[in-house]
Structures are given as structure tokens and as C-alpha cells.
Design a protein. Structure first.
Length: 184
């Protein structure tokens, strides 16, 4: 066991989740940004023609954030038949109104299959190019469970909570954290 762990009896791992990358040709191009990083202000500012890949809560938030800024032309591409299928009714009402007011385009039942220097190739009853200066990826989050995996076979009691078990909401993280606290 690493020496720095010897003075603990239990560890609660709450390392959260990390964004999923889009595994398509061009997914690592310079103009491809990660939605969570854009929201956190960790990237250059996307401008001009912006395609947001993924119409869940994060994709919709980032699309609205940049779609309300003058000079931007934002398109959300979502492979499901509708966007915001994982969102609350209140989010749906507010964001739908902003999407309509700011002419944010929405393509549903549409899958991005390639990113190139001109934009994204979308398969939507046939392949078409959607021009893009920037492509923002918001195709989901995956649990960051490596630390839990490293520790689970040690002599310590190790409990993982929150998004590193299964991505969810703040309520789920607090609730699983509370239950872990009761167990130790
Ligand atoms: C853009 C976005 C918007 C969201 N909006 C909402 C919302 O409106 N309502 C809602 O209920 N939920 C929302 N969620 C979900 C919510 O944020 C998460 O469910 C919640 O934060 C999970 O809590 P957590 O403590 O498990 O993980 P996190 O809050 O992700 O915290 C994990 C922390 O662990 C740190 N960490 C990771 N690895 C290590 C390590 N090895 N050592 C030390 N520290 C480490 C990370 O840096 C991070 O600070 C949103 C999520 C995102 C990404």
C-alpha cells in the first residue's frame, strides 16, 4: 500500500466524470472544442459558424450561450429524434424559447460522421456538409473511476460516490455521499 494511505481507514472516492470524445475522423482537429471546457472558459472563444454536436443539457447550454452573441450562427446536431431528452421541463421551456428567438438551428435524427476543414459531415437521410469554423463536442460524460479501481483491492474501506459511479445530478452525488458517510 502506498505510504501516504497508511493513516486512513476509509476513502470516499468522488472524482466525478469526464467528457466523452467524439470518435470520428477529424475529432481531434484544432477547431474541435469540448463543451464543458468551453462553458468553463478554458478554450479560445468559438465564433462564426459553430456546430454543437450533442443536444443534451450541456450541448444546449453551450449552443444558447454562443447563439445569443451577435455574429454567431449556431447549429445543434443531435442523433436522437429530439434535443434535451434528459432535461427538466423548466430547462426545456426556457431553452426552447431562446433557441427560437436567436435562430439557433437544430438537426435531429442526425449523426456526425466526420469533421473536416470545411465543417462537419452529418448523416441525416444522406450525408451533408454543415459549414463550421468551430465544432463543440457535447456527447456525454463518463465516470472517472480509475482512482477507485486502483484502491478497491487495498486494505482500506473504499466507497465511490457521485458521478464517478454513474453520471447524474447534484442530488444523486449528495445522496450517495450521505449514504457513504453513514456506512463508515
Ligand atoms: C456543464 C454541466 C452542467 C450541469 N448542470 C447541472 C444542473 O443544472 N443540475 C444538476 O443537478 N446537475 C448538473 N450537472 C451534474 C452535476 O454537476 C454532477 O452530477 C455533480 O457535480 C457530481 O458531483 P461529484 O462530486 O460526483 O463530481 P464533481 O462535481 O465532478 O467533482 C469531482 C471533483 O473531483 C476532482 N478530482 C478528480 N480526480 C481527482 C483526483 N485524482 N484527485 C483529486 N481530485 C480529483 C475534480 O477535479 C472535481 O473537482 C451538470 C454537469 C455539468 C458537466
Amino acid at each position: 500500500m502506498p505510504t501516504q494511505l497508511c493513516c486512513f481507514d476509509a476513502v470516499i472516492v468522488a472524482t466525478g466524470a469526464q467528457p466523452v470524445k467524439l470518435p470520428v475522423p477529424g475529432g481531434d482537429n484544432k477547431n474541435v472544442l469540448i463543451g464543458v471546457d468551453v462553458l468553463d472558459g478554458k478554450t479560445e472563444e468559438p465564433k462564426g459558424n459553430i456546430v454543437v454536436v450533442g443536444g443534451g443539457l450541456i450541448g444546449t447550454e453551450v449552443a444558447v450561450d454562443y447563439g445569443i452573441r451577435t455574429g454567431n450562427n449556431v447549429t445543434i446536431v443531435e442523433m436522437l429524434p429530439r434535443i434535451m431528452s434528459d432535461c427538466s421541463d423548466s430547462d426545456n421551456i426556457v431553452y426552447s424559447q431562446m433557441i427560437a428567438e436567436h435562430n439557433i438551428k437544430v438537426m435531429t435524427s442526425a449523426r456526425v460522421v466526420e469533421i473536416n476543414s470545411e465543417g462537419v459531415i452529418v448523416d441525416c437521410k444522406g450525408k451533408k456538409l454543415v459549414p463550421a469554423d468551430y465544432v463543440i463536442i457535447a456527447v456525454g460524460m463518463k465516470p472517472q473511476s480509475e482512482l477507485y479501481t486502483q484502491l478497491e483491492n487495498s486494505d482500506l474501506e473504499v466507497i465511490s460516490v457521485g458521478d464517478c459511479v454513474q453520471t447524474g445530478k447534484i442530488y444523486d452525488a449528495i445522496h450517495t455521499g450521505y449514504k457513504a458517510g453513514l456506512r463508515i
